[in-house]
Design a protein around this ligand. Structure first.
Ligand SMILES: [Zn+2]
Ligand SMILES: [Zn+2]
Length: 243
């Protein structure tokens, strides 16, 4: 449920909707209250069955537990859950959100993550975390971009799923420069000590939230910081996973 502004008469929402009719961000079809139409959503590269440890797509009949090509065997996090494979149109949506200041796409990405988690949570063995902890940007980077896309995603997904999301419980204490294109080992070295998590994470089951997982180095560095702050268990949720 979207919160309704009690100070704004309903007819104003009606005018706004007529002036700026909600439309599918991919095909432009008019949509009521959604950023994607049904057919475009169905066409997305959803991970319908993911490895219970690393999140990569696996066949429906695959046994639970690590898959044959499992990554991150000794990571600080217990598992990775991703909603989609990072390919078209996810690459386009994420890049528009981050580099063209399309904060509205942060809402869409958060909704996609929440939709996947809601399906998984229907399984009896699933337990929800106590806290969604978005990967923080360095304050200088966040000021330049105007927002942190991971915090947008966490806040939308938290609202949808009824979970606490708090971007203030972790900070990026060191600037690391651009990570794209670096090999995994170098990314991990660059990120050592880059994050600090609040002692308020102590005793909580935490889900680190990021837009895209590539090498996992960023999520792993934040997970280590959360564990150092006393988090009971850390998993990682991402909208998309490179494969
Ligand atoms: Zn569409
Ligand atoms: Zn795996």
């Amino acid at each position: 449920m979207e919160a309704v502004n009690p100070m704004r008469p309903a007819r104003v929402d009606g005018w706004i909707a007529r002036l700026f009719p909600p439309a599918c961000v991919l095909c432009g079809a008019p949509e009521q209250g959604h950023d994607l139409c049904g057919p475009c959503s169905d066409d997305l590269p959803w991970i319908r069955h993911g490895c219970s440890r690393c999140g990569r797509p696996v066949p429906l009949q695959a046994p639970t537990g690590p898959c044959g090509a499992c990554r991150w065997p000794s990571a600080a996090f217990s598992r990775v859950v991703a909603a989609l494979v990072y390919e078209y149109p996810l690459d386009r949506l994420v890049s528009l959100c981050k580099y063209q200041q399309r904060i509205d796409l942060g809402r869409l990405l958060g909704e996609l993550l929440a939709a996947r988690i809601a399906l998984l949570a229907a399984a009896p063995a699933w337990t929800m975390p106590d806290l969604l902890l978005p990967v923080p940007l360095h304050p200088r980077r966040e000021a330049a971009r105007g927002f942190n896309q991971a915090a947008e995603i966490a806040s939308v997904a938290g609202r949808r799923l009824g979970l606490r999301a708090d971007a203030r419980l972790a900070s990026r204490v060191r600037e690391t420069g651009a990570q794209a294109g670096l090999p995994a080992a170098q990314r991990a070295r660059n990120l050592r000590g880059a994050f600090l998590a609040s002692p308020d994470c102590a005793g909580l089951r935490v889900a680190v939230i990021d837009d895209v997982i590539t090498t996992g180095a960023t999520a792993m560095a934040l997970a280590s910081a959360a564990r150092a702050a006393g988090a009971l268990e850390v998993e990682c949720w991402a909208v998309a996973l490179t494969w």
